[in-house]
Design a protein around this ligand. Structure first.
Ligand code: AVI
Length: 320
C-alpha cells in the first residue's frame, strides 16, 4: 500500500546534512556552522573550556549574576515570569531564581538531558517548566502560557549573541522583541573587547582543549554523515579580525587533500593552508551594545561589567 509521505520522510535530509553541504560548498572560504559543535563530545569539551584559566568568559558571567542578582531582578520590574534561551542545566540562573519569589521559570534548550538536569537542580527553588525547542519557538510558547503573571524577564547569557554575525544578532533581537510586551525585559550577557593576546589564548589554549572542540566538528561530520576528514591533517587556528572585532576559529589543512562526505554526496579538494571557518565570537564595546539594544527595539536600563574579565550583563527594557 502506498503511504503518502513515507518515502519522502525516509529520504528527508536532516538540517545538519543540508547545512553542512551548503556551508562546506562555499567558495573561496569553506565553512561549517558553529551551532553543530554541541553533540555529546562537543558539549563535554565546551564544559572543559569553561574551566580553563585562559577562558575567563563563563566565570565572569557567573560572578556578575551571583553578585548582582538582587539588583538585576529589582531593576527588571521585578519579573513575574523568567525564560532562558539556551539554558543548558540552568547553573547560572540559580542566583536569579533565588532573588525572585518562586516565579515560573521556562528554560529553553535543544538538549533534553540538560533540561532534565535543570529541573532536578532548580525545581526546589521555583516551578521549572522546560521547553525542548529552538529559542524563538520556545519564547512563543512562553508568551502563549504566561497568563497574567506579570513582566517577563528573558535571559540570554554566556555571550551566545557573539556567535551570531552582527547583523543577524540585531535581527534576532528584533524577532525576540516582537514576542514581548512593554514592561518585559532582556538580560543580555556579552563578552567585551579586550587585549588581543588574552583573547587568542582563550580561544587557543595551551592544553589543546579548544583545538579538540574545534576539530570535533569535523569528527562529527565523519561520524554522522560518512565524512573522511583525516583529523591529523588539520590544525586548529584562532584569528583576531580587527575589522569585525571578532575571534574566528578555523580548521586549517596541513596538506593538499581530498575530502568526501558520502551521505550528502559531496567531494572536494582542499589545498595546504586553506581553512574551514567554523566559528566567530564577536566582542562588544559599550557603544556596540547600546546600538544593538536600540536597533532591536529595547532601551538600556542598567549594565554590570566584571572588572576581572571584561564581560557585561545589559538589562534592556522593551520600548513601546
Ligand atoms: C558558546 N560561545 C559563547 C563560546 C564562545 O566563546 O564563543 C563558544 C566557544 N568557542 C570556543 N571556545 C568557546
Amino acid at each position: 500500500m502506498f503511504m503518502p509521505g513515507f518515502a519522502a520522510s525516509r529520504h528527508e535530509e536532516s538540517s545538519f546534512a543540508r547545512e553542512v553541504r551548503e556551508h562546506l560548498s562555499r567558495t573561496p572560504q569553506r565553512e561549517l556552522p558553529s551551532h553543530y559543535f554541541y553533540d555529546a563530545v562537543g558539549t563535554r569539551l565546551f564544559e572543559a573550556i569553561t574551566e580553563l584559566q585562559e577562558y575567563g568568559l563563563t566565570r565572569a558571567d557567573e560572578r556578575l549574576l551571583r553578585n548582582h542578582a538582587v539588583e538585576i531582578t529589582r531593576a527588571a520590574g521585578p519579573p513575574g515570569v523568567l525564560a532562558e534561551l539556551g539554558s543548558g542545566t540552568g547553573r547560572k540562573t540559580r542566583w536569579i531564581l533565588e532573588a525572585t519569589r518562586a516565579i515560573p521559570y521556562y528554560p529553553i534548550d535543544l538538549s533534553l538531558a540538560a533540561l532534565q538536569e535543570c529541573r532536578k537542580e532548580l525545581g526546589a527553588i521555583a516551578p521549572v517548566k522546560p521547553l525542548h525547542s529552538s529559542y524563538l519557538e520556545g519564547l512563543e510558547s512562553v508568551a502563549a502560557r504566561r497568563n497574567g503573571n506579570g513582566p517577563l524577564l528573558v535571559l540570554f547569557l554566556g555571550s551566545t549573541i557573539g556567535n551570531f554575525k552582527r547583523e543577524a544578532g540585531c535581527d534576532f533581537l528584533c524577532q525576540l522583541r516582537r514576542r514581548l510586551r512593554p514592561g518585559d525585559s532582556l538580560l543580555l550577557g556579552a563578552d567585551m573587547i579586550k587585549p588581543v593576546q588574552s583573547l587568542l589564548s582563550a580561544y587557543d589554549d595551551p592544553t589543546g582543549v579548544t583545538a579538540a572542540f574545534n576539530l570535533n566538528l569535523l569528527a562529527r561530520v565523519n561520524r554522522e554523515l560518512g565524512g573522511n576528514f583525516d583529523l591529523r591533517r588539520f590544525r586548529h587556528e584562532a584569528r583576531w579580525c580587527e575589522r569585525e572585532r571578532r575571534i574566528e576559529m578555523h580548521a586549517v589543512s596541513l596538506s593538499r587533500q581530498r575530502v568526501s562526505v558520502s551521505a550528502i554526496g559531496l567531494r572536494f579538494e582542499i589545498e595546504k593552508g586553506e581553512s574551514i571557518w567554523t566559528e566567530s565570537s564577536h566582542k562588544y564595546s559599550i557603544e556596540d551594545l547600546d546600538c544593538l539594544a536600540l536597533s532591536g527595539g529595547f532601551a538600556v536600563r542598567k549594565r554590570w561589567i566584571d572588572p576581572e574579565w571584561p564581560f557585561s550583563e545589559t538589562l534592556m527594557m522593551v520600548r513601546p
